[in-house]
Design a protein around this ligand. Structure first.
Ligand code: SF4
Length: 894
């Protein structure tokens, strides 16, 4: 393993969140923390970071870390063991199950959070040496439809374009992508291009998201009807003779069938408008803008991928670019925005069950090549089980051993409750993790292996534009944490495969991966980084971000693909794909009249195990919520700010109601982040259908039939505490990171007397408690002081007038409290007139809604005015669309 740089040395690394892959500068402070800034030399972000990346320094604490190997004991508890014992338990368990039940009874579930080196070694052990192809990854939930669409059209999983195309396009079409929140730095590039070169932006999404606020045209498409829209566009391009016949004839096949199918699905503007529930005029405007603009990039993300017809949607988009020859040239092409930091790296090494390695599949020649390269006599012969099928096999009991690395499927899978329960069926359940407790670990993991986390990891990731960047360690591994590649290699050694896993460093793994990419390649495979196969350890350490392909002996440049054909099919021609007629996988009915759409919020990532520890990031959307159109809310008797139970055929959750006119009637939206570790009764994955795309296997996370009904609580309030506590069953809560402790926003039926009795157990031992109780109004306010320090509080009030927590939280975060503030505390006001901040809009500078409204009332008329007065929106820009909405709403209200 590499030596660490000395403290105060700034390290160039890469953000661990989304697929933009921003370069980060980390300067350790010598006390386990680090100062974070954007890397101006990194081509993906040129120094910019979004709110999540900018807050990385707040997420480095070791408070919740898994620091030692643990084994489940006979009494059900987890006990600390040494590495040798833990690794022996894993190897021994795998051997027994492989011998008894065959290698098909073993599965690995990996993650787009893993580094390429980790991914490579895990895939090699399973597919090459254990002889099971049941290696899948959470990228199945994220990118699989894009991968399948690329492979169908191009013959390989190739992203044709590069980020610079976004700067150079005259029209950017975002489909199913809330890029302003989910790929913020790329979105800011698009926004900059709009102002610099008057590029147009079209947003296609059922929801009016923050991204749509900036659009020249927003198409609020009916859920699942993207294929119809792009078939209509293909038909329109035919009618207006906008095709590039030269490109079609020279480089593609299947055009006539695809065009005929498009005509059947949506033959003209009117038919498209009917199929998509859009205005004819809007459809016509989109078609005309696309037809008349040569430089057009169509970007798509989870709104397209997470669908039971996701692959067809991807191919319908690719079809219009192939038909116009707008691919692989500056400022044009279809562009899949990758969700995770290393989904692309996982695809490169074969981390999906339907890939082998280095962008090879399971054709006899490919199997033979990889067998020889790995010297792997037990190489698999075909595809393994994809994520949903894999967990259903665990449910049925046919998979008996599962090793999960760096992901939390007990929360994120569809039908998550049933999948979590299925984990109990396993004979061997191993988890490589950073955190000591999450829903997957708590589902009965038998062996817990502590893996290094971001800041300690060392290796590479590949972003959405095929750019390989180094994640470098700038902190020492805590406790006994080890890299995932090392853990897998040590298990391989105990299984007598040591000769093939004799890696001394991530650089050694990378060299082998790069060598395989070039092995018998000869330009037949897109993924080739042979130029990096002989990097010395020093050169690997110093590696600048590099885009693939990087073929040995060829000049290095940022290559676009397919501008002049050169596809990776047998005949080197692209395939037009005739898609199926679009339809949703399950109809709504009387019992489930709505459609549940799931997604992300701006400042959280996945299941919040990292971002959920940042007070700054927790301030924007602190509670799990459900967005409902006001008319649907009225019909269901829901109140804004109240609570609702959402039920689907698979499960139910209770969430806070947010009314949004940008939400389509008939659709409701919930973020997917919260789990049992962070909230009560808010695991949205429990309610999501496991129906999936027949080609990609990607689950439909956007359109589960659902119903909604109000839930009433007698009281609302919050707890602020410096120690871990539980709340009584029946009380709804959401855990919120605050500086120096945690907050619990709660709703409950428990009366004031209950909280008064409970206070001594929730507050620090020996604390002096001050209280204000008004039985008649149902008000309880309790504050705890230890040696003059404000150490905790419980504020509970009637549901119709819940206590506001901003001021109390601010005093708690300060800790020290003046005598005057102490006297004022139980009123929920501070003595110095500190006002309620409202929800934080600008995470970078902690600017709340109240301050923004005040400055607008004082005359600020645009985002720049707000920025000058409060700095809000002047750093990462993630909050700019929300600032615009606040200005607009204030103007309407005035
Ligand atoms: S856009 Fe934000 S989350 Fe994504 S890589 Fe960049 S800093 Fe990280």
């Amino acid at each position: 393993m590499n030596a660490l740089p000395p403290h105060s040395h700034t390290v160039r690394t890469t953000c661990p969140y989304c697929g933009v892959g921003c370069g980060v500068l980390a300067t350790p402070d010598g006390n386990g923390g680090a100062t974070i800034s954007g890397d101006s030399r990194h081509p993906a972000n040129s120094g910019r970071l979004c709110s999540k990346g900018a807050a990385l320094g707040e997420t480095l604490s070791l408070g919740q870390r898994l620091l030692h190997p643990m084994l489940r004991q006979a009494d059900g508890s987890l006990g600390r063991v040494n590495w040798d014992t833990a690794l022996g338990a894993v190897a021994g368990g795998l051997r027994v199950i492989a011998d008894r039940d065959g290698p098909g009874a073993i599965a690995f579930y990996l993650s787009g959070q893993l580094l390429t080196e980790d991914y490579y070694v895990a895939n090699k052990l399973m597919k090459g040496f254990l002889g099971s192809a049941n290696v899948d990854t959470n990228s199945r939930l994220c990118m699989a439809s894009s991968v399948a669409g690329h492979r169908r059209a191009f013959g390989a999983d190739t992203v044709p374009g590069i980020y610079r195309d976004l700067d150079e396009a005259d029209l950017v079409v975002l489909v199913g992508s809330n890029a302003a929140w989910c790929h913020p730095v790329l979105y800011q590039r698009i926004v900059a291009a709009r102002s610099e070169r008057s590029a147009k932006l079209i947003v296609i999404d059922p929801r009016r998201t923050a991204t749509a606020e900036d659009a020249d045209l927003f198409l609020s498409i009916a859920p699942g009807m993207d294929t119809a829209l792009f078939c209509g566009l293909l038909a329109h391009l035919a009618q207006t003779q906008a095709f590039d016949r030269g490109y079609i004839d020279s480089y593609t096949t299947g055009f006539d069938e695809a065009l005929a199918r498009a005509g059947e699905i949506a033959g003209d503007v009117a038919a498209t408008a009917r199929a998509t529930a859009l205005d004819e005029a809007d459809v016509a405007r989109f078609f005309e803008l696309f037809r008349s603009t040569e430089r057009v990039v169509t970007c798509y993300s989870q709104g397209v991928n997470q669908s039971a017809q996701g692959t067809d949607k991807v191919n319908a988009i690719i079809n219009v670019h192939l038909a116009t020859g707008r691919i692989g040239r500056p400022g044009m092409g279809p562009f899949s925005f990758t969700g995770q930091p290393n989904a692309m790296g996982g695809r490169e090494v074969g981390g999906l069950a339907n890939q082998l390695a280095a962008h090879m599949g399971f054709a006899p020649a490919e199997l033979d090549r990889v067998r020889r390269f790995w010297n792997a006599p037990r190489l698999v012969t075909g595809e393994g089980l994809k994520a949903v099928d894999m967990f259903e096999a665990i449910e049925r009991g046919t998979i008996k051993a599962l090793w999960i690395m760096a992901t939390n499927p007990a929360v994120s899978l569809p039908r998550a409750g049933a999948m979590r329960a299925a984990l109990q069926n396993l004979d061997l359940f191993v988890v490589c993790e950073n955190v000591l407790s999450n829903d997957t670990v708590n589902a009965g993991a038998q062996v817990l292996l502590p893996a290094v986390a971001w800041g300690e990891k060392d290796g590479t990731v590949t972003n959405s534009e095929r750019r390989i960047s180094r994640q470098r360690a700038f902190l020492p591994p805590p406790g006994e944490a080890r890299p995932d590649w090392w853990i897998v290699s040590e298990v391989a050694r105990r299984l007598n495969f040591g000769a093939a896993f004799d890696y001394r460093s991530p650089a050694a793994v990378f060299r082998e991966h790069a060598t395989l990419s070039a092995f018998e390649n000869g330009g037949r495979r897109d993924f080739d980084i042979g130029a990096l196969a002989s990097l010395s350890d020093e050169a690997y350490d110093a590696l600048d971000a590099v885009m693939w392909p990087a073929r040995a002996g060829e000049p290095r440049f940022e290559q676009r693909f397919f501008g002049a054909g050169g596809f990776f099919t047998q005949d080197r021609r692209a395939r037009f794909v005739a898609p199926q007629s679009p339809r949703l996988h399950a109809a709504t009915n009387e019992a489930f009249p709505l459609r549940l759409n799931t997604g992300r919020v701006r400042d959280q990532w996945h299941t919040m195990t990292r971002t959920g520890t940042s007070p700054r990031l927790s301030a924007h959307s602190p509670e799990p919520f459900i967005e409902v159109h006001p008319a649907d809310a009225e019909q269901a008797k829901l109140a804004d700010g109240g609570f609702a139970k959402i039920t689907t055929p698979y499960g139910n959750v209770v969430l806070k109601v947010v009314l949004r006119t940008g939400q389509q009637r008939g659709s409701i939206f919930a973020p997917m982040h919260w789990s049992d570790a962070t909230a009560a009764h808010a695991r949205v994955g429990d309610t999501v259908s496991a129906a999936n795309d027949p080609v990609s296997g990607q689950p439909e996370a956007k359109a589960t039939p659902a119903r909604i009904e109000p839930v009433a609580y007698a009281y609302r309030g919050f707890v602020l505490t410096r120690r871990s506590i539980g709340l009584p069953a029946g009380t709804w809560y959401a855990r919120v990171a605050v500086t120096g402790g945690i907050g619990l926003l709660l709703a409950t039926h428990e009366p004031p007397a209950f909280w008064r009795d409970l206070a001594p157990r929730l507050m620090p031992d020996g604390a002096e408690l001050a209280e204000y109780i008004d039985q008649s109004r149902g008000v309880t306010r309790i504050a705890a002081f230890s040696s003059g320090r404000f150490d905790g509080s419980i504020f509970v009030g009637p549901e119709r007038a819940p206590p506001q927590w901003d001021v109390v939280r601010a005093l708690f975060e300060t800790g020290t409290i003046s005598e005057r503030d102490r006297r004022m505390l139980l009123s929920g006001r501070s003595a110095d007139g500190m006002a309620e901040t409202g929800p934080v809009i600008c995470a970078c500078f902690g600017v709340g809604l109240s301050a923004i409204r005040e400055i607008i009332a004082a005359g600020a008329g645009n985002v720049a005015d707000i920025g000058r007065a409060l700095r809000a929106g002047t750093n990462c820009g993630s909050c700019v669309p929300e600032l615009r909405v606040i200005i607009e709403r204030s103007a309407q209200a005035a």
